[in-house]
Design a protein around this ligand. Structure first.
Ligand code: 0O2
Length: 225
């Protein structure tokens, strides 16, 4: 390595270190926002259990986007590549995935969460009513919630993805298949995945109907007592 290359490398590592430091300084607020949203959802789930004797939320996953994945997304979108640009342009640095038992639970959970008065709805994308061309289904919300730091109140965006167990099964496998082959998924594999997504949607509707039927039977029994 010559002198010029060494200096360029040193400069790069200084810039990278600055980026890592900046990342740590914003990490705290996004993690706090994730904890707040998760707690809100746990409380809603507990209250629903107390009232209706079942949980609409099957389980939850949370994640904060890595520096690498933030920078890749900014590059893809031709935005400037820095932590401040990520804060300004990316709405999914903090993410909460909510896995529900039934389709209707998705909308119940979304309504209960977004009707809280410290939750501001920034964006709703309903990929259940309008699935993506590849078959992907999920309800995506971007909400902002207040986080109280030493410097004062900051509104922090969190992307909440809500889907059924079956939709999650499809999305997880489709995601790993897509990345396994360096993003190359042949047309017939895409078609088959899309067909599986359709089949899964039918299964979700059938499960919902069974649930509604049993719920109605239980209600009728209660009314007869
Ligand atoms: P990761 O690692 O999962 O977070 P935006 O740029 O925010 O305006 P964006 O990011 O395309 O638009 O938002 P969108 O469409 O609401 O959803 C993006 C996220 O949804 C993805 O995050 C995935 O988690 C999920 N998703 C969307 N489409 C698909 C799909 O076809 N298959 C699967 N398996 N997941 C999908 P990231 O950022 O890609 O990555």
């Amino acid at each position: 390595m010559n002198k010029l290359q060494r200096e360029a490398m040193e400069q790069l590592s200084i810039e990278f270190q600055q980026m890592v430091d900046e990342f740590f300084s914003i990490q705290c607020r996004y993690q706090a926002a994730i904890r707040e949203v998760k707690t809100k959802l746990e409380i809603l789930d507990d209250e629903f259990q107390a009232r209706h004797k079942r949980n609409p939320i099957h389980h939850m996953q949370t994640r904060m986007k890595s520096i690498q994945s933030m920078m890749e997304k900014l590059r893809r979108r031709n935005e400037s590549v820095s932590i401040s640009s990520a804060v300004e342009n990316l709405m999914d640095i903090a993410g909460v995935r909510v896995i529900c038992s039934y389709i209707e639970d998705i909308y119940t959970v979304a309504d209960l969460l977004t009707s809280q008065d410290d939750v501001k709805v920034i964006r709703v994308r309903d990929y259940i009513r309008e699935p993506k061309a590849n078959g992907y289904r999920s309800l995506h919300l971007v909400i902002e919630i207040p986080v109280f730091l030493a410097e004062g109140r900051v509104m922090v965006p969190v992307e909440v993805q809500i889907r059924t167990i079956a939709m999650d099964f499809w999305a997880s496998l489709e995601h790993s298949l897509r990345y396994k082959g360096d993003g190359v998924v042949t047309e017939d594999v895409s078609r088959e995945l899309q067909q599986i997504a359709e089949d899964i949607a039918v299964l979700d509707q059938r499960m919902q109907r069974i649930h509604d039927r049993l719920d109605n039977t239980a209600l009728e029994k209660l009314e007869r007592v």
